[in-house]
Design a protein around this ligand. Structure first.
Ligand code: PHE
Length: 339
């Protein structure tokens, strides 16, 4: 009987291995372990076994049944895995396939210009700082050497919130704030929104500036020029030239306006630059010692240069945008053209 059981075990193991799929495997299970299965029948023959042999045979049959069950389970899970794999590969999605009507977004022209400018300045060692848009009169004007009732205030049509609070009309307000905060030497830029009561194709009540301020022991107009040349070349191309024209700002002395080779005609003269080959882009100068003193910086030891310019203007020139206000209307047709 023991031989019979071992024989069944071997046969069953062979057949399990030969099964090609789950249903064949199941048939083998029924054949050996089912109610009328071969192994079950062996147990029926126990009646003829001598009482002292019964426990031995019983234990053997149990062991064989358990090991066959384990084998069935193992094979079964192999088939299940295989099935799952096939199912998965059937419904696999190719994520690299382009979709039919994908709408790709794009950065706003202003964001693109800001990105280049800020990247370049960070590369030149500037630290980026921020300031409030709703500002105290003090930081926007007084600390920049523009006292109350001074005629220089007329240069900027300011929105006042109250007597002492306004919407900042220039990012230069950050200069005054940062001087109180940082110890020289330092180099900062401050990008951000500014507001003036003005609206036509080249003026918007809200627009964007980028301010730069460098404070150190020995800075000069030559440093300012070299810095701005590097920045403008990165922005408009390596052939770009800049030129200084004398000007006036209450917070810089001497002050200059900075022209840049017209990015449209590259200097030969066109409608946009009115035939001059240059475009006026920046205000700049050596920081007025009075401003340094008001900011708590020793003007005998330190000097500084500052510059500020309209970022919208740069975006308009680069992307050929005719009306500054179209950048803030959020008209999807305009934004689509700007991709
Ligand atoms: N804040 C000035 C303006 O808005 C520009 C400027 C900045 C000039 C820094 C000189 C130095 O017109």
């Amino acid at each position: 009987m023991i031989e019979q059981i071992s024989g069944l075990r071997e046969d069953a193991e062979k057949e399990i291995r030969l099964a090609q799929n789950k249903s064949e495997l199941n048939a083998v299970r029924v054949k050996y372990l089912g109610k009328a299965g071969l192994l079950t029948q062996v147990l029926r023959g126990m009646r003829e076994v001598s009482p002292e042999m019964r426990p031995k045979i019983g234990a053997l049959v149990n062991e064989v049944r358990d090991s066959l069950e384990a084998l069935f389970k193992e094979e079964e899970s192999k088939f299940e895995n295989l099935e799952m794999q096939q199912e998965l590969s059937k419904s696999a999605i190719d994520i690299t396939e382009p979709s039919k009507n994908s709408q790709r977004g794009a950065l706003h022209p202003l964001s693109r210009v800001y990105e280049t400018l800020i990247d370049t300045c960070v590369g030149l060692g500037f630290q980026v700082v921020d300031g409030p848009e709703v500002e105290l009169d003090y930081y926007n004007f007084e600390a920049l050497n523009v006292p109350k009732n001074h005629p220089a205030r007329d240069m900027q049509d300011t929105f006042f919130v109250s007597d002492n609070i306004l919407l900042r009309s220039q990012t230069s307000s950050v200069q005054a704030r940062i001087m109180q905060k940082l110890k020289p030497p330092f180099k900062i830029i401050s990008p951000g929104r500014v507001y003036r009561n003005d609206s036509d194709s080249t003026h918007s009540p809200v627009f964007h500036q980028l301010e730069g301020l460098v404070i150190d022991e020995n800075v000069s107009m030559a440093d300012l020029k070299a810095m701005l040349t590097a920045l403008m070349r990165k922005t408009f191309g390596e052939e770009t030239q800049i030129r200084f024209r004398p000007s006036f700002f209450p917070f810089t002395e001497p002050s200059v306006e900075v022209d840049v080779t017209c990015p449209i005609c590259h200097g030969s003269g066109c409608r946009i630059c009115k035939g001059t080959g240059f475009m006026e882009l920046l205000g700049a100068g050596i920081v007025n010692p009075k401003v340094l003193e008001m900011g708590g910086i020793d003007s005998k030891k330190y000097r500084g240069f500052a510059f500020g310019f309209g970022v919208d203007r740069v975006a308009m020139v680069k992307d050929g945008i005719g009306d500054i206000r179209s950048m803030f209307r959020n008209d999807i047709r305009f934004l689509k053209q700007m991709k």
